[in-house]
Design a protein around this ligand. Structure first.
Ligand code: PTJ
Length: 248
């Protein structure tokens, strides 16, 4: 279906189409379509725009990624369908490794995701070869299986689009975690070191730009970011938007 750019919800309908295409091409699972619906609902409430608080979180995330020694971008089906180009660009600008890590893991889908990333310019995709598999402790799901060259030895992991217990397990294992999550109340959003409350399709583009700009200046290693405070402010912004919508 061709959606005219002037359609009031053109952006969100295009994003939805990307995900459906990803599902048909075997990147996304059925559950991923439901997960997207959860995100869409929050995006609708925040007005499909990046919040001021999210711009602050993006700055903090850029700094953390650029200061990291072994950053890794963890890719699931939804992320691969929504922003394969941005994953590759972010990896290039930050020097991060790209690793496929799935909740509903299958070899076939891992390979399809890796192929999509390679089509978009990725040179190396980790998480595919069982001979490099290691396990993250304190985690029962298939997400515990990680690559010994990637997430296993990473200091900073970008873990977008998941509401689960992996972030807590990664933190217990000594990692710093950055996430994208439109729901500031999800378990992942609440436990991450930095939560970017934004649609990953918008936020990734901004993150890449900020990283590119930040790379040109000296990075402030002492800069502090209070994730809990930022999340509370995002929740307040969402509440205010809801109030405005109710009175419109
Ligand atoms: O590909 P797999 O096998 O690893 O499976 C991945 C899914 C997405 C199915 C799995 O991680 C899942 O079920 O996710 P959840 O638990 O539903 O969590 C997804 C979170 O991402 C929710 O908090 C949503 O609000 C949020 N979300 C969904 N779409 C977006 C989003 N956040 C930012 N941008 C989006 N486009």
């Amino acid at each position: 279906m061709l959606i005219p750019r002037s359609h009031p919800r053109a952006a969100s309908l295009h994003i939805r189409e990307k995900l459906v295409r990803g599902y048909r091409e075997g990147l996304v699972v059925e559950e991923g379509l439901l997960a997207h619906g959860r995100g869409e609902m929050f995006d609708y409430i925040i007005g499909e725009k990046t919040l001021k608080t999210s711009h602050e979180a993006i700055k903090a995330a850029s700094r953390m990624l650029l200061l990291a020694k072994r950053p890794v971008i963890s890719v699931n089906g939804n992320l691969a369908a929504l922003c394969p180009k941005e994953i590759v660009l972010l990896a290039k600008v930050t020097g991060a490794k790209i690793e496929v890590n799935l909740f509903y893991a299958s070899k076939k889908r891992k390979n399809a995701i890796a192929l999509e990333l390679k089509k978009n310019g990725a040179k190396e995709v980790l998480g595919l070869d069982a001979k490099f598999s290691q396990k993250i402790p304190n985690l029962d799901s298939k997400r515990r299986v990680v690559d010994e060259r990637g997430i296993f030895i990473a200091d900073v992991v970008l873990v977008p689009l998941e509401d689960g217990d992996r972030t807590a397990a990664l933190k217990k294992f000594g990692k710093k975690v950055i996430t994208f999550d439109l729901n500031p109340m999800s378990r992942t959003a609440q436990t991450a070191d930095i939560t970017i409350v934004d649609n990953v399709t918008r936020g990734m583009q901004i993150l890449i730009l900020v990283c590119k700009n930040m790379k040109k200046s000296r990075l402030d290693k002492n800069s502090k970011f209070d994730n809990k405070k930022n999340l509370s402010q995002s929740i307040l912004a969402i509440k205010n938007n809801l109030g405005r919508m109710a009175h419109a």
